[in-house]
Design a protein around this ligand. Structure first.
Ligand SMILES: [Zn+2]
Length: 391
């Protein structure tokens, strides 16, 4: 399966685009990100992603376990006297669930997660019924020649859209293994771009998962570090709940999430901030959703200080982000027990939640470096006492 996926995503073109032999660590990360992006894993259906990540950890000699919700958890034992760390990224991706099968064989779906409706028509999708058996289809776009002028600039709400997978009747759909409740994702793909950039499906947050695996490789051999729990979480795009159960079980003192950070260096985003693609990893100083989900994260000052100092020592540029409109699992993880000191670190990402998100692989590599170095800086003296901070 892996070789099939790789050859279908332009891997060979990529080999030609850059010098693979020059940077073995970088190439390993690039391949891992690509492989993970091509595995379908709708919220609640993360099994294939989890198995792949578990096998990556296994190859590093790191044992992992799966909790009842499906979170994959591994613990790297360290200094028990230091504050413990939960490092986490989510395995799931947004998408759809089959809602109704029309007599004609066309398929209607319910959305799952923050699906951008204006970017849906004419997308390829994958109806996920089992590894090696998935059914490709397309989200239909009304024939242009029959589109009235007033229709041309209207965004169709998802209930008006339908999936055409080639079936000619409802009976054919059902005998093809598809039923109400079948998960649907964007057709997995990656596109190698110039300047170490990559476009594709579910960069959010498979790129974060890949960075975590890379960080685990380096943390495993480090002797000076606290206990680190690695959590590859589920159902983040659904309702930000998977990581909460993991935090309840692990009771960490510190929570560090690795996820996308909105890049603001395109013409449509410039007023929103100063986060550049390829400008280095970023930390969020403020997030708030504000559209139904009244939650967000204001990071613990000790972690802001730690990340800032570590980036300086490591000679990395650490970009700063503050915005309303998005949030991550850390919003809920911080509320567990007596409170968990939390921060969101991430990699600048363009065109979020569309089928072709874009990031820069150099930012991922530097994020791994920052993550490892900052965790190494958490020792017995590391204080989370609010009274040690002036604000
Ligand atoms: Zn995410």
């Amino acid at each position: 399966m892996r070789s099939v996926r790789r050859s279908s995503c332009g891997w060979c073109e990529w080999r030609g685009a850059t010098d693979m032999a020059a940077e073995p660590d970088f190439d390993r990360l690039r391949q891992l990100v690509t492989d993970l992006m091509l595995i379908p894993g709708l919220s609640g259906y993360e099994g294939r992603v989890r198995r792949r990540i578990a096998s990556e950890l296994d190859a590093l000699g790191i044992a992992s376990r799966t909790d009842r919700l499906g979170n994959l958890i591994a613990t790297l034992a360290g200094n028990h006297a230091s504050p413990s760390v939960m490092l986490f990224a989510h395995m799931d991706q947004l998408g759809f669930i089959v809602r109704k099968i029309e007599a004609s064989g066309l398929i209607r779906v319910e959305r799952l997660g923050g699906v951008p409706e204006r970017a849906l028509p004419s997308q390829g999708v994958l109806l996920c019924i089992g590894e090696g058996k998935d059914v490709p289809g397309i989200i239909a776009n009304k024939s242009h020649h029959a589109t009235a002028p007033e229709e041309k600039y209207r965004v169709l709400p998802y209930p008006e859209l339908y999936i055409d997978a080639g079936f000619r009747s409802a009976e054919e759909v059902v005998s093809g293994g598809i039923d109400i409740g079948t998960p649907v994702v964007y057709a997995p793909k990656t596109i190698a771009m110039a300047a170490k950039r990559i476009a594709g499906t579910s960069l959010d947050d498979r790129a974060g998962c890949a960075v975590m695996i890379e960080a685990a490789r380096r943390l495993k051999t480090s002797s000076q570090r606290p206990n680190v729990h690695l959590v590859f979480s589920v159902q983040e795009e659904f309702n930000l709940r998977g990581a909460v159960t993991a935090a309840q079980a692990l009771k960490p003192d510190i929570a560090i999430q690795l996820d996308i950070i909105l890049a603001t260096d395109t013409p449509d985003m410039t007023a929103r901030g100063d986060v550049r693609l390829g400008g280095g990893p970023a930390m969020s100083l403020y997030s708030f959703h504000g559209r139904g989900t009244l939650n967000g994260t204001i990071p613990h000052p000790a972690l802001v200080q730690l990340m800032t100092a570590t980036a300086r020592e490591e000679n990395l540029t650490l970009q700063r982000s503050a915005h309303v409109g998005a949030l991550t699992d850390s919003s809920y993880v911080q509320l567990v027990g007596e409170g968990v000191a939390a921060i969101d670190l991430g990699f600048p990402t363009r065109y979020t939640h569309s089928s072709l998100e874009v990031c820069d692989l150099g930012d991922l590599e530097e994020l791994a470096q920052l993550t490892v170095a900052s965790i190494a800086g958490i020792n017995e003296e590391f204080s989370l006492d609010r009274d040690d901070f002036s604000q």
